[in-house]
Write a protein that binds this ligand. Sequence first.
Ligand code: SR1
Ligand code: MG
Length: 427
Amino acid sequence: MTAAANGGSAYRPLDHDSLRQLLASLDEVRPLLGGRPPEWRVREVGDGNLNLVFFVTGPAGSVCVKQALPYVRVAGPSWPMSIDRAFYENAYYQAVAPHVGGLIPRIYHYQRELCCTVMERLSPHVILRLGLIGGRYFPTVGRDIGEYVARASFFTSDLALPFERKFDGLALFAGNKPLVRITVDLVFADPYRASDRNRHTTPRLDSQVAALRRDGPLKAAAARWGEKFLCEAQALVHGDLHSGSVMVSEAESRVIDPEFAFYGPIGFDLGAFFGNLLLSWYSQPGHATAEDDRTAYRRWILGQAGVFWSTFRERFLALWAANATGDAFPASLFAAGSDAAALASAREAYVNRLFSDMLGFAACKMIRRIVGFAHVADFETISDPDRRADCEAGALAMARELLVRPEQFRSMEEVLSALPQVGDASE
Ligand code: SR1
Ligand code: MG
Protein backbone atom coordinates (compact mmCIF):
# COMPACT_ATOMS: atom_id res chain seq x y z
CA MET A 1 0.00 0.00 0.00
CA THR A 2 1.25 3.47 -0.81
CA ALA A 3 0.37 6.68 0.99
CA ALA A 4 -2.02 7.24 -1.90
CA ALA A 5 -3.78 3.91 -1.96
CA ASN A 6 -7.43 4.62 -2.48
CA GLY A 7 -8.89 1.37 -1.19
CA GLY A 8 -10.06 0.41 -4.64
CA SER A 9 -13.51 -0.94 -3.97
CA ALA A 10 -15.41 2.35 -4.36
CA TYR A 11 -13.69 3.21 -7.64
CA ARG A 12 -15.66 3.10 -10.87
CA PRO A 13 -15.19 5.03 -14.09
CA LEU A 14 -17.64 7.93 -14.18
CA ASP A 15 -20.40 8.14 -16.76
CA HIS A 16 -22.75 11.04 -17.37
CA ASP A 17 -25.26 9.97 -14.69
CA SER A 18 -22.80 9.06 -11.96
CA LEU A 19 -20.91 12.30 -12.61
CA ARG A 20 -24.10 14.36 -12.23
CA GLN A 21 -24.80 12.50 -8.97
CA LEU A 22 -21.30 13.15 -7.67
CA LEU A 23 -21.40 16.86 -8.49
CA ALA A 24 -24.89 17.20 -7.00
CA SER A 25 -23.49 15.89 -3.71
CA LEU A 26 -20.76 18.56 -3.54
CA ASP A 27 -21.83 21.71 -1.71
CA GLU A 28 -18.90 23.68 -3.14
CA VAL A 29 -19.69 22.71 -6.75
CA ARG A 30 -23.51 22.81 -7.02
CA PRO A 31 -23.73 26.63 -6.95
CA LEU A 32 -21.05 26.93 -9.61
CA LEU A 33 -23.29 25.03 -12.02
CA GLY A 34 -26.65 26.36 -10.83
CA GLY A 35 -30.03 24.88 -11.72
CA ARG A 36 -30.78 21.21 -11.19
CA PRO A 37 -28.64 18.17 -12.09
CA PRO A 38 -30.86 17.01 -15.00
CA GLU A 39 -30.21 20.39 -16.63
CA TRP A 40 -26.42 19.93 -16.49
CA ARG A 41 -24.87 19.12 -19.84
CA VAL A 42 -22.02 16.60 -19.62
CA ARG A 43 -19.41 16.15 -22.38
CA GLU A 44 -16.40 13.86 -22.30
CA VAL A 45 -13.62 15.82 -24.00
CA GLY A 46 -10.43 13.98 -23.01
CA ASP A 47 -7.89 13.79 -25.82
CA GLY A 48 -4.82 12.98 -23.74
CA ASN A 49 -3.07 9.65 -23.38
CA LEU A 50 -4.31 8.63 -19.95
CA ASN A 51 -7.52 10.00 -18.45
CA LEU A 52 -11.19 10.84 -18.77
CA VAL A 53 -11.93 14.57 -18.88
CA PHE A 54 -15.46 15.97 -18.69
CA PHE A 55 -16.89 19.44 -19.09
CA VAL A 56 -20.09 19.88 -17.12
CA THR A 57 -22.19 22.97 -17.85
CA GLY A 58 -25.16 24.30 -15.90
CA PRO A 59 -27.18 27.51 -16.10
CA ALA A 60 -24.69 29.36 -13.85
CA GLY A 61 -21.38 28.09 -15.22
CA SER A 62 -19.21 25.07 -15.89
CA VAL A 63 -16.53 22.91 -14.30
CA CYS A 64 -13.94 20.46 -15.57
CA VAL A 65 -13.68 16.96 -14.06
CA LYS A 66 -10.65 14.76 -14.60
CA GLN A 67 -10.68 11.08 -13.64
CA ALA A 68 -7.85 8.57 -13.78
CA LEU A 69 -8.69 5.37 -15.65
CA PRO A 70 -7.17 2.08 -14.45
CA TYR A 71 -5.33 1.74 -17.76
CA VAL A 72 -3.54 3.87 -20.32
CA ARG A 73 -6.39 5.39 -22.30
CA VAL A 74 -4.66 5.42 -25.68
CA ALA A 75 -3.55 1.81 -25.31
CA GLY A 76 -6.70 0.38 -23.70
CA PRO A 77 -7.08 -2.13 -20.83
CA SER A 78 -4.13 -4.23 -22.07
CA TRP A 79 -1.86 -1.60 -20.43
CA PRO A 80 -3.02 -1.30 -16.79
CA MET A 81 -2.04 1.88 -14.98
CA SER A 82 -2.33 2.90 -11.33
CA ILE A 83 -5.26 5.19 -10.57
CA ASP A 84 -3.29 6.61 -7.63
CA ARG A 85 -1.85 9.10 -10.10
CA ALA A 86 -4.85 11.34 -9.29
CA PHE A 87 -3.63 11.46 -5.69
CA TYR A 88 -0.18 12.63 -6.75
CA GLU A 89 -1.61 15.19 -9.14
CA ASN A 90 -3.64 16.62 -6.31
CA ALA A 91 -0.69 16.49 -3.88
CA TYR A 92 1.44 18.40 -6.41
CA TYR A 93 -1.19 21.09 -6.86
CA GLN A 94 -1.40 21.47 -3.07
CA ALA A 95 2.39 21.69 -2.73
CA VAL A 96 2.90 24.39 -5.37
CA ALA A 97 -0.36 26.35 -4.97
CA PRO A 98 1.03 28.68 -2.26
CA HIS A 99 3.87 29.67 -4.60
CA VAL A 100 2.49 29.84 -8.12
CA GLY A 101 -0.64 31.93 -7.63
CA GLY A 102 -2.97 31.96 -10.60
CA LEU A 103 -0.69 29.89 -12.83
CA ILE A 104 -2.66 26.69 -12.07
CA PRO A 105 -6.43 26.12 -12.28
CA ARG A 106 -8.61 26.48 -9.19
CA ILE A 107 -9.26 23.09 -7.62
CA TYR A 108 -12.78 22.77 -6.22
CA HIS A 109 -12.80 19.18 -5.01
CA TYR A 110 -10.65 16.04 -5.01
CA GLN A 111 -12.49 12.75 -4.62
CA ARG A 112 -9.98 10.18 -3.44
CA GLU A 113 -11.97 6.96 -3.94
CA LEU A 114 -13.02 7.89 -7.46
CA CYS A 115 -9.56 9.29 -8.26
CA CYS A 116 -11.09 12.40 -9.74
CA THR A 117 -10.64 16.14 -9.43
CA VAL A 118 -13.23 18.83 -10.00
CA MET A 119 -11.55 22.01 -11.16
CA GLU A 120 -12.02 25.31 -12.87
CA ARG A 121 -13.01 25.04 -16.51
CA LEU A 122 -10.60 27.35 -18.22
CA SER A 123 -12.18 29.50 -20.88
CA PRO A 124 -11.38 30.94 -23.41
CA HIS A 125 -8.10 29.05 -22.92
CA VAL A 126 -6.89 26.41 -25.36
CA ILE A 127 -4.20 23.75 -25.07
CA LEU A 128 -0.96 25.48 -26.05
CA ARG A 129 0.03 22.67 -28.46
CA LEU A 130 -3.17 23.15 -30.45
CA GLY A 131 -2.73 26.92 -30.42
CA LEU A 132 0.79 26.52 -31.81
CA ILE A 133 -0.45 24.21 -34.56
CA GLY A 134 -3.06 26.85 -35.40
CA GLY A 135 -0.39 29.58 -35.61
CA ARG A 136 -1.94 31.60 -32.79
CA TYR A 137 -0.02 34.12 -30.70
CA PHE A 138 -0.02 33.98 -26.90
CA PRO A 139 2.00 36.98 -25.79
CA THR A 140 2.57 35.96 -22.17
CA VAL A 141 3.28 32.25 -22.45
CA GLY A 142 7.09 32.20 -22.37
CA ARG A 143 7.20 34.60 -19.44
CA ASP A 144 4.40 32.80 -17.56
CA ILE A 145 5.89 29.34 -17.82
CA GLY A 146 9.40 30.62 -16.99
CA GLU A 147 7.96 32.25 -13.87
CA TYR A 148 6.00 29.10 -13.08
CA VAL A 149 8.97 26.72 -13.23
CA ALA A 150 11.11 29.15 -11.23
CA ARG A 151 8.55 29.43 -8.43
CA ALA A 152 7.38 25.80 -8.30
CA SER A 153 10.90 24.40 -8.35
CA PHE A 154 12.68 26.95 -6.16
CA PHE A 155 10.21 26.74 -3.27
CA THR A 156 10.25 22.92 -3.21
CA SER A 157 14.06 22.69 -3.42
CA ASP A 158 16.74 22.46 -0.73
CA LEU A 159 17.52 26.10 -1.47
CA ALA A 160 14.25 27.10 0.19
CA LEU A 161 13.34 24.16 2.46
CA PRO A 162 14.89 22.62 5.55
CA PHE A 163 15.88 19.12 4.55
CA GLU A 164 13.31 17.54 6.88
CA ARG A 165 10.47 19.07 4.85
CA LYS A 166 12.11 18.18 1.58
CA PHE A 167 12.49 14.57 2.81
CA ASP A 168 8.75 14.49 3.63
CA GLY A 169 8.06 15.50 0.05
CA LEU A 170 10.53 12.94 -1.27
CA ALA A 171 8.84 10.19 0.76
CA LEU A 172 5.36 11.19 -0.37
CA PHE A 173 6.10 11.45 -4.08
CA ALA A 174 8.30 8.34 -4.07
CA GLY A 175 4.99 6.47 -4.29
CA ASN A 176 4.35 7.77 -7.81
CA LYS A 177 6.44 4.91 -9.21
CA PRO A 178 4.13 3.71 -12.02
CA LEU A 179 4.21 7.15 -13.63
CA VAL A 180 7.96 7.48 -13.24
CA ARG A 181 8.21 4.02 -14.83
CA ILE A 182 6.38 5.36 -17.90
CA THR A 183 8.99 8.10 -18.28
CA VAL A 184 11.93 5.80 -17.60
CA ASP A 185 10.75 3.45 -20.36
CA LEU A 186 9.12 5.76 -22.89
CA VAL A 187 11.56 8.69 -22.74
CA PHE A 188 14.94 7.23 -21.86
CA ALA A 189 14.92 3.62 -23.08
CA ASP A 190 12.37 2.48 -25.69
CA PRO A 191 13.18 5.12 -28.34
CA TYR A 192 16.74 3.74 -28.47
CA ARG A 193 15.89 0.03 -28.68
CA ALA A 194 13.45 -2.22 -30.50
CA SER A 195 10.06 -2.11 -28.79
CA ASP A 196 6.57 -3.01 -29.96
CA ARG A 197 5.43 0.32 -28.57
CA ASN A 198 7.63 2.37 -30.89
CA ARG A 199 6.55 3.77 -34.21
CA HIS A 200 7.81 6.36 -36.68
CA THR A 201 6.94 7.80 -40.08
CA THR A 202 7.80 4.86 -42.26
CA PRO A 203 9.43 4.28 -44.70
CA ARG A 204 10.79 7.85 -44.88
CA LEU A 205 12.50 7.76 -41.48
CA ASP A 206 13.47 4.06 -41.49
CA SER A 207 17.17 4.59 -42.10
CA GLN A 208 17.46 7.53 -39.71
CA VAL A 209 15.74 5.55 -36.96
CA ALA A 210 17.88 2.47 -37.60
CA ALA A 211 20.98 4.69 -37.38
CA LEU A 212 19.75 6.20 -34.12
CA ARG A 213 19.43 2.73 -32.57
CA ARG A 214 23.01 1.92 -33.58
CA ASP A 215 24.38 5.28 -32.44
CA GLY A 216 26.52 4.45 -29.38
CA PRO A 217 27.44 8.05 -28.42
CA LEU A 218 23.80 9.14 -28.75
CA LYS A 219 22.54 6.23 -26.65
CA ALA A 220 25.20 6.84 -23.99
CA ALA A 221 24.22 10.52 -23.80
CA ALA A 222 20.50 9.70 -23.52
CA ALA A 223 21.28 7.11 -20.84
CA ARG A 224 23.24 9.71 -18.85
CA TRP A 225 20.19 11.99 -18.89
CA GLY A 226 18.06 9.03 -17.87
CA GLU A 227 20.34 8.45 -14.92
CA LYS A 228 20.17 12.11 -13.94
CA PHE A 229 16.38 11.95 -14.14
CA LEU A 230 16.41 9.19 -11.51
CA CYS A 231 19.25 10.44 -9.31
CA GLU A 232 18.84 14.17 -8.96
CA ALA A 233 16.01 14.91 -6.55
CA GLN A 234 16.52 18.64 -6.85
CA ALA A 235 12.92 19.82 -6.43
CA LEU A 236 9.33 18.73 -6.85
CA VAL A 237 8.87 18.68 -10.61
CA HIS A 238 5.72 18.55 -12.73
CA GLY A 239 7.20 15.65 -14.66
CA ASP A 240 5.34 16.14 -17.97
CA LEU A 241 5.47 19.86 -18.74
CA HIS A 242 5.01 19.69 -22.49
CA SER A 243 2.84 22.05 -24.53
CA GLY A 244 -0.19 19.78 -23.94
CA SER A 245 0.11 20.51 -20.20
CA VAL A 246 -0.24 24.26 -20.64
CA MET A 247 -3.48 26.10 -21.31
CA VAL A 248 -3.30 29.58 -22.73
CA SER A 249 -5.36 32.59 -23.61
CA GLU A 250 -4.09 35.83 -25.08
CA ALA A 251 -3.86 37.18 -21.54
CA GLU A 252 -2.51 34.35 -19.37
CA SER A 253 -1.32 30.76 -19.05
CA ARG A 254 -2.09 27.89 -16.67
CA VAL A 255 -0.20 24.67 -16.00
CA ILE A 256 -2.31 21.50 -15.86
CA ASP A 257 -1.88 17.71 -15.62
CA PRO A 258 0.87 17.25 -13.01
CA GLU A 259 0.15 13.54 -12.51
CA PHE A 260 3.79 12.63 -13.28
CA ALA A 261 5.01 14.74 -10.33
CA PHE A 262 8.03 13.53 -8.37
CA TYR A 263 11.26 14.85 -6.88
CA GLY A 264 13.62 15.13 -9.82
CA PRO A 265 15.87 17.48 -11.76
CA ILE A 266 14.54 20.98 -12.37
CA GLY A 267 15.95 20.74 -15.88
CA PHE A 268 13.45 18.02 -16.68
CA ASP A 269 10.56 20.49 -16.54
CA LEU A 270 12.59 23.17 -18.30
CA GLY A 271 13.54 20.70 -21.02
CA ALA A 272 10.01 19.42 -21.50
CA PHE A 273 8.72 22.90 -22.23
CA PHE A 274 11.70 24.05 -24.27
CA GLY A 275 11.87 20.79 -26.26
CA ASN A 276 8.20 21.03 -27.14
CA LEU A 277 8.67 24.60 -28.38
CA LEU A 278 11.43 23.29 -30.62
CA LEU A 279 9.17 20.47 -31.84
CA SER A 280 6.55 23.05 -32.69
CA TRP A 281 9.17 25.14 -34.52
CA TYR A 282 10.25 22.14 -36.60
CA SER A 283 6.64 21.23 -37.38
CA GLN A 284 5.65 24.67 -38.69
CA PRO A 285 6.50 24.12 -42.38
CA GLY A 286 3.99 21.27 -42.25
CA HIS A 287 1.27 23.74 -41.30
CA ALA A 288 2.18 26.44 -43.82
CA THR A 289 -0.52 27.61 -46.20
CA ALA A 290 -0.57 29.84 -49.28
CA GLU A 291 -1.56 32.74 -47.03
CA ASP A 292 0.91 32.08 -44.23
CA ASP A 293 4.27 30.38 -44.70
CA ARG A 294 4.71 30.52 -40.91
CA THR A 295 8.08 32.30 -41.14
CA ALA A 296 7.03 35.10 -38.81
CA TYR A 297 5.35 32.60 -36.53
CA ARG A 298 8.52 30.54 -36.23
CA ARG A 299 10.39 33.68 -35.18
CA TRP A 300 7.77 34.27 -32.53
CA ILE A 301 8.16 30.71 -31.17
CA LEU A 302 11.92 31.21 -30.82
CA GLY A 303 11.30 34.54 -29.14
CA GLN A 304 9.07 32.81 -26.59
CA ALA A 305 11.73 30.13 -26.03
CA GLY A 306 14.23 32.90 -25.24
CA VAL A 307 11.81 34.70 -22.93
CA PHE A 308 11.00 31.41 -21.19
CA TRP A 309 14.63 30.74 -20.33
CA SER A 310 15.56 34.33 -19.42
CA THR A 311 12.48 34.70 -17.21
CA PHE A 312 13.21 31.42 -15.46
CA ARG A 313 16.85 32.37 -14.88
CA GLU A 314 16.13 35.86 -13.63
CA ARG A 315 13.23 34.84 -11.38
CA PHE A 316 15.01 31.78 -9.95
CA LEU A 317 18.05 33.90 -9.00
CA ALA A 318 15.81 36.61 -7.52
CA LEU A 319 13.85 34.08 -5.46
CA TRP A 320 17.11 32.60 -4.22
CA ALA A 321 18.47 36.02 -3.25
CA ALA A 322 15.32 36.81 -1.26
CA ASN A 323 14.48 33.38 0.22
CA ALA A 324 17.67 31.49 1.02
CA THR A 325 15.92 29.61 3.83
CA GLY A 326 16.93 26.04 3.01
CA ASP A 327 19.75 23.75 4.05
CA ALA A 328 21.55 23.99 0.71
CA PHE A 329 23.82 27.06 0.51
CA PRO A 330 22.67 28.19 3.98
CA ALA A 331 22.54 31.98 4.22
CA SER A 332 24.56 31.89 7.46
CA LEU A 333 27.63 30.72 5.50
CA PHE A 334 27.63 33.82 3.36
CA ALA A 335 26.76 36.51 5.90
CA ALA A 336 29.92 38.61 5.42
CA GLY A 337 30.05 41.17 2.64
CA SER A 338 33.29 39.54 1.48
CA ASP A 339 31.34 36.30 0.73
CA ALA A 340 29.02 37.98 -1.77
CA ALA A 341 31.15 37.38 -4.86
CA ALA A 342 31.67 33.67 -4.11
CA LEU A 343 27.96 33.18 -3.48
CA ALA A 344 26.99 35.05 -6.65
CA SER A 345 29.34 32.91 -8.70
CA ALA A 346 28.00 29.68 -7.10
CA ARG A 347 24.49 30.78 -8.00
CA GLU A 348 25.52 31.54 -11.57
CA ALA A 349 27.10 28.10 -11.82
CA TYR A 350 23.89 26.52 -10.51
CA VAL A 351 21.67 28.15 -13.14
CA ASN A 352 24.23 27.46 -15.87
CA ARG A 353 23.95 23.76 -14.99
CA LEU A 354 20.18 24.06 -15.23
CA PHE A 355 20.61 25.49 -18.73
CA SER A 356 22.65 22.46 -19.82
CA ASP A 357 20.14 20.16 -18.15
CA MET A 358 17.29 21.87 -20.00
CA LEU A 359 18.98 21.22 -23.35
CA GLY A 360 19.80 17.57 -22.63
CA PHE A 361 16.32 16.75 -21.40
CA ALA A 362 14.76 18.73 -24.26
CA ALA A 363 16.65 16.59 -26.74
CA CYS A 364 15.47 13.35 -25.08
CA LYS A 365 11.90 14.64 -25.14
CA MET A 366 12.15 15.54 -28.83
CA ILE A 367 13.46 12.13 -29.85
CA ARG A 368 10.81 10.18 -27.91
CA ARG A 369 7.99 12.10 -29.61
CA ILE A 370 9.24 11.10 -33.07
CA VAL A 371 10.42 7.50 -32.70
CA GLY A 372 8.72 6.32 -29.49
CA PHE A 373 5.21 5.43 -28.32
CA ALA A 374 3.52 8.77 -27.69
CA HIS A 375 3.75 11.14 -30.63
CA VAL A 376 2.62 14.77 -30.76
CA ALA A 377 -0.15 16.42 -32.73
CA ASP A 378 2.37 19.01 -34.00
CA PHE A 379 3.66 16.35 -36.41
CA GLU A 380 0.73 13.90 -36.44
CA THR A 381 -1.60 16.49 -37.95
CA ILE A 382 0.68 16.94 -40.98
CA SER A 383 -1.16 14.64 -43.33
CA ASP A 384 1.45 14.43 -46.11
CA PRO A 385 3.91 11.81 -44.79
CA ASP A 386 6.83 13.17 -46.81
CA ARG A 387 6.33 16.64 -45.45
CA ARG A 388 5.91 15.26 -41.94
CA ALA A 389 9.06 13.17 -42.23
CA ASP A 390 11.06 16.22 -43.38
CA CYS A 391 9.97 18.15 -40.31
CA GLU A 392 10.65 15.21 -37.99
CA ALA A 393 14.07 14.52 -39.53
CA GLY A 394 15.16 18.11 -38.84
CA ALA A 395 14.09 17.84 -35.20
CA LEU A 396 15.90 14.52 -34.78
CA ALA A 397 19.10 15.96 -36.20
CA MET A 398 18.98 18.96 -33.83
CA ALA A 399 18.23 16.71 -30.85
CA ARG A 400 21.28 14.62 -31.74
CA GLU A 401 23.49 17.74 -31.80
CA LEU A 402 22.19 18.78 -28.38
CA LEU A 403 22.95 15.34 -26.95
CA VAL A 404 26.23 14.50 -28.59
CA ARG A 405 27.87 17.94 -28.86
CA PRO A 406 26.52 19.84 -25.84
CA GLU A 407 29.69 21.96 -25.57
CA GLN A 408 28.46 23.99 -28.58
CA PHE A 409 25.53 25.34 -26.60
CA ARG A 410 26.42 27.58 -23.67
CA SER A 411 23.76 30.21 -24.30
CA MET A 412 20.32 30.48 -25.82
CA GLU A 413 21.83 32.46 -28.70
CA GLU A 414 24.13 29.55 -29.52
CA VAL A 415 21.18 27.14 -29.52
CA LEU A 416 18.99 29.31 -31.69
CA SER A 417 21.74 30.06 -34.15
CA ALA A 418 22.28 26.31 -34.65
CA LEU A 419 18.73 25.97 -35.96
CA PRO A 420 18.55 25.83 -39.75
CA GLN A 421 17.85 29.22 -41.24
CA VAL A 422 14.42 29.37 -42.81
CA GLY A 423 14.79 28.39 -46.45
CA ASP A 424 17.91 26.26 -45.86
CA ALA A 425 17.98 23.00 -47.79
CA SER A 426 19.05 21.34 -44.53
CA GLU A 427 15.94 22.54 -42.76
C1 SR1 B 1 1.56 6.01 -21.63
S1 SR1 B 1 1.44 7.69 -21.42
C2 SR1 B 1 2.38 8.39 -22.71
C3 SR1 B 1 2.81 9.76 -22.46
O1 SR1 B 1 1.70 10.61 -22.25
C4 SR1 B 1 1.99 11.55 -21.23
O2 SR1 B 1 1.69 12.84 -21.63
C5 SR1 B 1 3.45 11.38 -20.90
O3 SR1 B 1 4.25 12.24 -21.66
C6 SR1 B 1 3.67 9.97 -21.23
O4 SR1 B 1 5.02 9.65 -21.45
MG1 MG C 1 -0.82 14.72 -19.43
